[in-house]
Design a protein around this ligand. Structure first.
Ligand code: KIV
Ligand code: ZN
Length: 515
């Protein structure tokens, strides 16, 4: 690997999924993985196979589907975890095992209840075990950002000797400050005698808003892999945002002596896909992918940009994938035109059945709103890939009445496990009434943590995309629904979330158990 290449390791599907409420099903993960591949991400961390059967199956399915990115699975420093990753990534053309154990005094003492000697031994064991399956092994000393320097050096030297080819330095709790973190990377590379035998990587969390700053400081000091996520998704305040890392390095070639192989025009579509699947909205002022990132409000700025774009813009919107959200189709467009328009957006379907389903959905939408824009097509494609066969609950019909001066009332019919169940309720408003009616058909105690509506295009006939986040026994899931009728979109989002509670609730969390 040449020294001027920065490896982009995306962990949206693993650390990103650890954000409360961001759990994704297999189909959603494959769609994101395909976008990441199209964006030319070098390594995709597809999940933590030992967490549950569902996680194992998702990593395996991604390994089967992705050809141009290396597929990586996370494991604790345990034989059984490493075996699970090895099995799940077997179908991949290029694969990696990522194993980790905590090295900071607080984690070793309070979480692992192990001595530093035991941790060192377990780290060496894990790397050697992983090397039995692949010669591409990454080791992470978890909470390296708060570990003692000499012990960290000892563990890293020993794990490189044991066969680790990438050493990842996580700032697990986002505690570091850029000058300090950059210096840590520099000193590790200078002091560890065999440091030239591995690529140094960083994995920074954003608890102090410094994840990107810390990652870039590390790059300036010799790190050649950055672990990051789309939209900065991740545990607690998230991870370093991929789009910010990639565009900082690309835009400031005068500062960084390396670059990535990322196709930056895929950034915005991928960001939108991740946002719509997870239901985590992108704040308007978010760098690169926020809706205001390239908008100029003040007259002075507008005037400047008209005279010379570079007066107020350091990047071009189209270089990161912003399009004009063009009008692409109308009511009379046919199946071939739909296929063509989807392909132009980088969306392809594996089967004719999926294309037919997308076409039916397109016709239904075109009947209601006549003009179909690129963003409408993205929503159609997103809905089409949802595999309805796994759904325990499905809305068959709803009737909602909301009249001035009267209490709104809703009646619904829901398919619950193959049986049609009727429900009726009144509510403070039409959405409240329909939620109560649905709740009366499904015996599950949940609490609503978030309800949000977002219009996909402008105009009162726009698709309304509804996101709900529900909590049950400490588990948080989110659901989405989109329709020109926002009450229907709300009902579908609620049912989508309820369906997510029926799968994979007993997942293990990689970093919570005291291994
Ligand atoms: O934040 C962290 O330390 C991690 C490790 C598992 C790499 O996510
Ligand atoms: Zn992390």
């Amino acid at each position: 690997m040449s020294d001027d290449r920065l490896i982009i390791f995306d962990t949206t599907l693993r650390d990103g999924e650890q954000s409360p409420g961001a759990s994704m099903d297999q189909d959603e993960k494959i769609r994101i993985a395909k976008m990441l591949e199209q964006m030319r991400v070098d390594v995709i961390e597809a999940g933590f196979p030992a967490a549950s059967k569902g996680d194992f199956a998702s990593v395996k399915a991604i390994a089967e589907n992705i050809k141009d990115s290396t597929i990586c699975g996370l494991s604790r420093a345990l034989a059984s975890d490493i075996e699970a990753v090895a099995e799940a990534i077997k179908p991949a053309q290029s694969s990696r095992i990522h194993t980790f154990i905590a090295t900071s005094p607080i984690h070793m003492r309070d979480k692992l209840k192990k001595t530093p000697e035991q941790v060192l031994e377990q780290a060496i064991f894990a790397v050697k075990k992983a090397r039995q399956y692949t010669d591409n092994v990454e080791f992470s000393p978890e909470d390296a950002g708060r570990s003692e320097f000499d012990f960290l050096c000892k563990v890293i030297e020993a794990t490189i000797d044991a066969g680790a080819t990438t050493i990842n330095i996580p700032d697990t709790v986002g505690y570091n400050i850029p000058f300090q973190f950059g210096d840590l990377i520099k000193r590790l590379i200078e002091n560890i005698p065999n440091s030239d035998k591995a690529i140094f990587s960083v994995h920074c969390h954003n608890d102090l808003g410094l994840a990107v700053g810390n990652s870039l400081a590390a790059v300036l000091n010799g790190a050649r892999q950055v672990e990051c996520t789309i939209n900065g998704l991740g545990e607690r305040a998230g991870n370093a945002a991929l789009e910010e890392i990639v565009m900082a390095v690309r835009t400031r070639r005068d500062v960084f002596s390396c670059d990535t192989r990322i196709d930056t025009t895929q950034i915005v579509p991928t960001s939108k896909l991740v946002s719509s699947i997870t239901g985590f909205p992108i704040q308007p002022n978010k760098a690169i992918v926020g809706s205001n990132a390239f908008a100029h409000e003040s007259g002075i700025h507008q005037d400047g940009v008209l005279k010379s774009r570079e007066t107020y813009e350091i990047m071009r919107a189209q270089d990161v994938g912003w399009s004009d959200n063009k009008l692409v189709m109308g009511k009379h467009s046919g199946r071939a035109a739909l296929k063509d328009s989807l392909e132009k957006l980088g969306i392809t379907f594996e089967t004719d059945e999926e294309l037919n389903a997308a076409f039916d959905r397109f016709k239904e939408l075109a009947d209601k709103k006549h003009e179909i824009f690129e963003d409408d097509l993205r929503v159609i494609a997103s809905e089409t890939s949802i595999d309805a066969s796994n759904e325990k609950y499905r809305l068959i019909s709803s009737f909602v009445c909301s009249e001035t001066g009267e209490t709104p009332v809703a009646k619904v019919v829901v398919n619950v496990d193959g049986k049609e169940v009727k429900g009726e309720a009144i509510g403070g408003g039409p959405v409240d009434a329909v939620y109560k009616a649905i709740a009366s058909t499904i015996p599950m105690e949940t609490s609503l943590e978030l309800y949000s509506v977002n219009n996909i295009t402008s105009g009162t006939d726009s698709l309304g995309e509804v996101t709900v986040r529900l909590e049950k026994d400490g588990h948080v899931v989110s659901g989405q629904g989109a329709d020109t009728d926002i009450v229907l979109a709300s009902a579908n989002a609620y049912i989508d979330a309820l369906n997510k509670f029926t799968t994979d609730l007993d997942r293990e969390h990689p970093q919570h158990s005291g291994v």
